[in-house]
Design a protein around this ligand. Structure first.
Ligand code: AMO
Length: 431
């Protein structure tokens, strides 16, 4: 239907005939002339309506359109205009494709601030705002950039089941679903399957897919359904996995800086390429640090949000927390040779925020099984997984980035719901 997006009009010569399509953002009627602002995905254009050229009735009809009605305008570009946009369209034909009802549930360009609940309830309208759309353009670039890097590094994209019979990371936080006569669960992570793929000899795999967690708490950084970007790589250590993560993060940021200039401008955020290598700080060092600052934390505990705030003040950019106590991590982590109280696990932080967890995995059947028991889990439930370790499992490592968490960081968003199209949280399952 359209010949051009609004952002392509500038390059065209004066008098050029175009058809643009979009939403009626606003109409300013001055009597015999009026200015209709048409918005499409790429920007806005001014359509100048002139009464004596359009005829009284037609002029009246178009001027009477409700805001956000959908139209296509065919007309000529006029560059000799006073419009701030540098050009206007003098229409020959305006097709009204769908008239919007009035009043709108919420405004698009109104300066009044609308609370996040109202915005999410009317998400299809909220997403029309350029500053909201830009977040998702950046999110799209992130997954595209990550995919590009991983493919260049020889990773194969896989798709693992999202309905499973056993908990991945332990028994909690599971959504139970009815699976015919039996109970099943939604996956918390493709963890077990991506590891099995190492036994399958795929060497390097990745998956970008939803993960489900029945976490009760309602915070600004937790969702009950999020997008997990997972990798697993064979013949690799925790250090190899961290190096790969550094590369993936760096390239994604580089891509956004290059491809999302307009979005960054709309959002008024500046992002810098991080320096590599990212600092790698041991858990114990941070434990001592927070204890020295008066936060009580015992060996084996995870960092509280209070502790992370403190740590984030010291390490502002990307940094790894390495060498975690085994008791703080899942059963599949490879213990350190020099001291089995520690594991080859890591988190990638951006200041106080965690965006990735990963580890070298325990690929030795007997000790893996022992660890499952130590965690109070039943190895029988993990038979399908454990069997993969019995007939030739290479050493391997991997990680998972939370796509929304990464997007939050790059767009400086304070609430994870901002960067989730239709968030699922403790209270929300609609729309
Ligand atoms: P973890 O549980 O740390 O690790 O999850 C990996 C990353 O996913 C994101 N994330 C979340 N994002 C939004 N809402 C949530 N409720 C949520 N939970 C997690 C975070 C987190 O860093 N199997 C391991 C990964 C691995 O070792 O490969 C795992 O799932 O950004």
């Amino acid at each position: 239907m359209r010949t051009h997006f609004t952002n392509q009009l500038n390059e065209l010569p004066d008098g050029f005939n175009v058809t643009i399509c979009g939403w009626v953002q606003d109409i300013r009627n001055l009597g015999n002339i009026s200015f209709l602002i048409l918005r499409d995905r790429e920007g806005i254009a001014q359509v100048t309506l002139i009464k004596k050229e359009m005829g009284e009735d037609y002029y009246k009809k178009i001027n009477g359109l409700n805001r956000e009605s959908v139209i296509c305008v065919n007309g000529k570009i006029n560059k000799k205009t006073q419009s701030k946009l540098g050009l206007e369209i003098i229409p020959t034909k305006i097709d009204v494709l769908n008239e919007a009802e009035t009043p709108l549930p919420m405004g698009i360009i109104d300066k009044v601030s609308v609370d996040i609940e109202t915005r999410l309830n009317n998400r299809f309208i909220d997403l029309r705002k350029p500053e909201v759309f830009s977040l998702f353009r950046i999110e799209s670039s992130i997954s595209k950039g990550i995919r590009e890097t991983l493919e260049n590094e020889g990773f194969i994209e896989i798709h693992t089941p999202k309905i499973i019979a056993t908990a991945t990371e332990g028994g909690t936080n599971l959504f139970k679903v009815k699976y015919f006569e039996n109970d099943a669960y939604l996956v918390q992570s493709p963890q077990l399957y991506k590891q099995i793929m190492m036994a399958a000899g795929f060497e390097r795999v990745f998956e970008i897919a939803p993960a489900f967690r029945a976490e009760e708490h309602n915070t600004n950084r937790h969702l009950n359904e999020f997008v997990s970007i997972d990798i697993e790589m064979s013949f690799s250590t925790d250090d190899d996995a961290m190096n790969m993560l550094e590369k993936v993060i760096y390239n994604a940021i580089e891509k956004i800086k290059k491809d999302n200039v307009r979005d960054l401008k709309i959002l008024n955020v500046e992002i810098n390429l991080p320096e590599r290598p990212f600092p790698r700080v041991k858990y114990d060092e941070l434990l001592d640090y927070v204890n020295s600052k008066g936060i009580e934390m015992k060996f084996g505990e995870d960092f509280s949000s209070e502790a992370l705030t403190l740590i984030g003040e010291k390490y502002k950019g990307f940094f790894f927390i390495t060498r975690w106590p085994m008791e703080a991590r899942a059963f599949y982590v490879m213990p350190c040779e020099d001291d089995p109280r520690y594991g080859r696990a890591f988190d990638l932080q951006f200041g106080e925020r965690e965006i990735t967890s990963g580890a070298q995995r325990n690929h030795i059947y007997s000790s893996l099984k022992e660890n499952i028991i130590k965690k109070g889990l039943n190895p029988e439930d993990f038979k399908f997984y454990l069997d993969a370790f019995r007939y030739g499992m290479p050493p391997h490592a991997g990680w998972a980035i939370g796509l929304e968490r990464f997007t939050m960081i790059l767009t400086n968003s304070k609430n994870i719901r901002e960067v989730t199209l239709f968030p699922r949280d403790r209270r929300r399952i609609i729309p």
